[in-house]
Ligand binder design. Structure first.
Ligand SMILES: [Zn+2]
Length: 119
């Protein structure tokens, strides 16, 4: 469980970007999460709800884009998508794959209300 630390740095980014944009409110934050990052959507949302209280991001929604684990076989060069822990090359059957995608975690986009659009 490292969602707490991850969510803290996520919030830092969101508030910094929203501040730069002169936002009054953060509506939606879209995150990219790799399947192999080990991060749990629900935990991040839980911490995020908690940490955003009293900030302009309070009540904002998190959207998650999942990136499947993508592997490349070191033996034959085959690239394949697989579930974690099944790293056997479907082409040559060797267990020599390396991860080329699936460990991502970053903010994809932040949707805000700007200063002129106060409700
Ligand atoms: Zn192979």
């Amino acid at each position: 469980m490292h969602e707490l630390a991850v969510t803290q740095s996520l919030l830092d980014i969101v508030l910094k970007e929203a501040g730069k944009a002169g936002a009054k409110r953060v509506n939606t934050v879209t995150l990219v999460i790799g399947e192999l990052s080990g991060l749990v959507d629900d935990s991040i949302q839980f911490y995020f709800d908690f940490m955003t209280k009293g900030t302009i991001a309070e009540g904002s929604m998190l959207h998650f884009k999942r990136i499947p684990a993508r592997m490349k076989c070191r033996a034959c060069g085959e690239e394949f998508i697989t579930s974690p822990n099944e790293w056997i090359c479907p082409k040559c059957g060797l267990w020599q794959a390396e991860v080329i995608a699936g460990k991502e975690f970053y903010v994809d986009s932040i949707e805000v209300d700007d200063a002129d659009k106060s409700a």
